[in-house]
Design a protein around this ligand. Sequence first.
Ligand SMILES: Nc1nc2c(ncn2[C@@H]2O[C@H](COP(=O)(O)OP(=O)(O)OP(=O)(O)O)[C@@H](O)[C@H]2O)c(=O)[nH]1
Ligand SMILES: [Mg+2]
Length: 300
Amino acid sequence: MGFFSKIKSALSKTSEKISLSITGKKIGENLAQEIEDALIMADAGVEVSLEFSQKISSKKFPKDATDIDVKKSLSDEIFNLLKPYEFDFFESCRGRNPYIILVMGVNGNGKTTSVAKIANIFKNSGRRPLLVAADTFRAAAVEQLKFWAEKINVDICSGKEKADAAGLVFGAIEQARRNGNDIVLVDTAGRMQNRDDLLAELEKMKRAMRKIDDTAPHKSILILDGLTGQATHAQVDVFLHKIGVDGIIITKLDGTAKGGALMSLVRKYQTPIFAVGVGEAIDDLKPFNARDYADAIVGL
Ligand SMILES: Nc1nc2c(ncn2[C@@H]2O[C@H](COP(=O)(O)OP(=O)(O)OP(=O)(O)O)[C@@H](O)[C@H]2O)c(=O)[nH]1
Ligand SMILES: [Mg+2]
């Protein structure tokens, strides 16, 4: 399935209300209010929702304009907001060998699954990823990553339960160098943004990488759960300022009615969107495409 049909079905819970707010409606004062309400319900944020609904209501539509024209107009606003944050993540991961990617985020957001999905895309483009099971807190976490590594047939480096994650990462990069892995993907333990001790552990992992390559990590990705909607802002705040984030991945867009949160996120934090998760299967991670997202979310 192409990105558009996939994102369209994934976003259907979010787009339903936005689309209904426009479908069959006459262009006028009420329409703007309904669009604003629908966008707010979708977690697009008050600022964006108000701005876009005002733009639509002040726009001079031709007399014979239909609800499709309104949808196209709203889609264009959303597109213009998001386009600058579309990012060719997979192509960008070049120029360092191995290219080291740190994946982090709050518990259960989809880190491990995303690591597997990312690795699979790299593998299919002819690269040789090494997965690092740096979530050493839980034996089950290592098993979960091993399951994926086997399934997609990529290399994995894991240590003992409760092993020091930073030491493991250091060893993994050495292993990658020896064995010719050109991508190192570090899966880390879930950590709440209010746990300073766990955030410090991430810093320690970064220092361990830098003993080998002082430009590492080459990408730090924050994984956000689409079900959390705008409440992800608190997570972005902390990871951005305390650890550093190069880009975000929003998972579980397929299960949420809050898929508009992408709009409030980029408006507030201006972070690139590396990819979106649209399901549990291995190929359910897609590079973000602003046009398709915008059309899908208004129900075009
Ligand atoms: N529907 C759907 N489910 C997803 C998506 N991404 C991840 N999941 C599911 O979310 C659950 C948690 O995913 P994990 O990858 O284990 O999350 P995690 O961040 O590694 O979790 P911890 O290591 O416990 O912090 C799993 O059941 C995944 O299958 C997605 O895009 N869509
Ligand atoms: Mg995990």
